[in-house]
Design a binder for this molecule. Structure first.
Ligand SMILES: [Zn+2]
Length: 479
């Protein structure tokens, strides 16, 4: 077969993938809307998870649930053959983010959850990609296997880390995933690794005025720990982030607090640095206990890796983005313009784009043109449980425009976009995922390069689950 014949065959396969996604458009949009209308927070996403699983079962995927000890986590696999490629879908909502699909702040139910991070679109966008690839395997146009990873509790700090520890990603050759956003670009950046701790001090209660000499204040220990960490902060790298919240500081001012606790998050670009700083924080906590004659319970509650980027996969993703259309209809565009009005000039957000693209984005409500990664060589000041996946399998990531230009994640505008407007970007994501997975199935050289880059980037550090022994996913706390 000549190069040209091979290229044209590839195009035919991709056209068929896109056709499948378009044929399934209404079905996929309905599922995304159903999940949006019934937002479920981390670890309680039972109906959202089942909504996705039922489609996969109907399509002939073999579905395993309860992965990593989480009832809503699942792995759905189609095919017996090598190579094996996969995609991931999230579906948890955020507490307190309830919002109607309107261009003004208007909770559907005050205090109720809402899809402020677009995960209703995330899960279904990836589902569309997996489904199209499965149909092509079934028709004999592609060979290999496709896996959909149903990854819950992203907003609670990391369902994927538990799935990784359970070996869920062990036999997959590459994973392509995405996240809702306001522009279309592959990801080439990293983010911060993190460890989480709970420090609880035990002292002695006594009357704070009548018998202070009999008391030992656990709150004093918390304050000395926090103060020690503030002095330590000067001597760690600029990129490190350390934050805390006092969860228990005692109950009444006239009682010496017998118990007090503080939660810590320690973040830095490299795992090793997180561990060094964490050791230092632990030493300070022990010293605070010694200074106050209290006892310390120090518990590591969770941890995550930063993302290991994969430029090989990012480049393949960008090429496929250019081939996928962005099916925004007039109604969606008009709503996007209304929402865009509520976001101010968005100049801060626009600085994320290269200068050459800012002018065009400034003029648009939805910025649908695919652009190259905006984060190459950067370490974002956030953490994601995709990091642990990326240290176990080559992971290609991208964002797709499901929100108007400049919309921050976790905003009411993001929720409002998720019901209908965002489904254009969701379909674009499905197509990008399907086409990139097809490339991976067909192109041995692409697989080899993605793997070689993964090996090269991870060579200095052997992955070890950052979770403490016996960590219980149901004790995850919000990040
Ligand atoms: Zn998210």
């Amino acid at each position: 077969m000549t190069v040209r014949e091979r290229e044209s065959e590839k195009e035919t396969v991709k056209k068929a993938l896109f056709d499948t996604i378009e044929t399934e458009r209404e079905r996929l949009r309905t599922i995304a809307r159903d999940i949006w209308e019934n937002p479920e927070v981390a670890l309680r996403e039972s109906e959202s998870s089942e909504r996705l699983r039922s489609v996969l079962r109907e399509e002939g995927f073999e579905v395993t649930t309860g992965v990593g000890g989480i009832e809503t986590a699942f792995v759905a696999r189609y095919g017996e053959e090598e190579p094996v490629v996969g995609t991931m879908g999230e579906f948890d909502a955020l507490p307190g983010m309830s919002q109607a699909a309107t261009a003004e702040r208007e909770p559907i139910e005050a205090g109720a959850p809402g899809h402020g991070c677009g995960h209703n679109l995330f899960g279904v966008g990836s589902l569309g990609g997996a489904l199209a690839v499965k149909r092509a395997i079934e028709r004999g146009e592609l060979s290999g296997s496709v896996v959909f990873f149903g990854t819950p509790a992203e907003e609670a700090g990391g369902g994927k880390v538990y799935m990784v520890r359970d070996g869920a990603f062990d036999d997959v050759g590459a994973v392509v995933s995405w996240h809702p956003g306001w522009y279309n670009a592959p990801g080439k950046g990293s983010c911060l690794a993190v460890d989480a701790f709970d420090f609880t001090f035990h002292g002695e209660t006594s009357h704070a005025a009548a018998a202070p000499e009999s008391g030992r204040s656990a709150l004093d220990a918390v304050q000395l720990l926090n103060m020690g960490v503030e002095f330590m902060r000067e001597h760690v790298s600029d990129a490190a982030r350390i934050h805390y919240v006092i969860q228990n500081g005692g109950s009444a001012a006239n009682v010496v607090p017998g118990e007090a606790s503080v939660e810590y998050l320690v973040r830095a670009p490299e795992r090793e640095e997180v561990e060094r700083i964490s050791d230092w924080v632990r030493d300070i906590a022990e010293a605070a206990a010694a200074m106050t004659r209290t006892d310390l319970d120090a518990t590591k509650t969770s941890g995550m890796y930063g993302v290991l980027p994969n430029h090989t996969l990012a480049d393949a993703i960008l090429e496929n983005m250019k081939a996928a259309d962005f099916p925004l209809d007039d109604e969606q565009e008009a709503f996007a313009a209304e929402l865009r009005e509520t976001l101010g000039d968005a100049e801060g957000a626009l600085r994320e784009l290269p200068e050459s693209e800012r002018e065009a984005a400034r003029e648009e409500a939805m910025f649908s043109k695919p652009i190259d990664a905006t984060d190459e060589g950067q370490t974002g000041s956030y953490s994601t449980d995709s990091g642990d996946v990326s240290w176990n399998v080559p992971l290609g990531r991208f964002r797709a425009a499901t929100w108007p230009v400049g919309t921050p994640a976790h905003s009411w505008q993001a929720v409002a976009s998720g019901k209908s407007l965002g489904t254009a970007g969701m379909e674009f994501a499905s197509k990008t995922i399907a086409a990139t997975l097809a490339d991976l199935l067909e192109d041995e050289e692409l697989r080899r390069q993605a793997r070689a880059e993964f090996e090269e980037r991870s060579t200095d550090h052997e992955y070890e689950s950052p979770l403490p022994d016996g960590a219980d996913p149901y004790e995850l706390v919000s990040r």
